[in-house]
Design a protein. Sequence first.
Length: 203
Amino acid sequence: MTEQKYITAWCSVFNNKVAKNGMQLFDGKTVSIDEFVVGVYKYLQVQYPKFYKMDNLSKLGWLATEVLLKDNIEKGSYAPEQIAVVLANANASLDSDLRYLASVKDGASPALFVYTLPNIVIGEICIRNGFKGENTFYIAAHFDAAMMYRQVSETMGHKAEVCVCGWVDVFGEDYKAVLFLVETHKEGIPFSETNLKKLFESN
């Protein structure tokens, strides 16, 4: 029998705002994405110098995960191998790809080249949190709740007891992250395609 899964937290980062479980936490007013992500980082009061070296896609996903996990997962409550990450977006790493291409004429930037793969954001999240479970990054034209539901369900059908999943996309000044924390041993909103779509569209 398949064990019931629940969405125990969700968050959104877009339009200069950060919200968690439907409550706004931060408003960056009207600023560039570069200013906004630094503003959120300072608001969270975390110390992680590597943050400043990341590309904007990684910064966005990293920040959204910090918000999502705060006060929701206690360190040691899950083995590293039990925590999975499943993300998707529409633009892959195109934002960093174009920045890297622009740097080539002045001497290709290794610092930018590192981020010319969309799944690097997952690597940054896993390094920060010590996650060692399965992880996958998908490219889709829009947030596909049905696909996300299937992939997370399949991933959690193996070793995973918890999954960070959702949408993280950046292209120029357009950005949006909506992440969900899905668990099997805590109750919350039933994990379903309908609820994923509803929560995504409400943010």
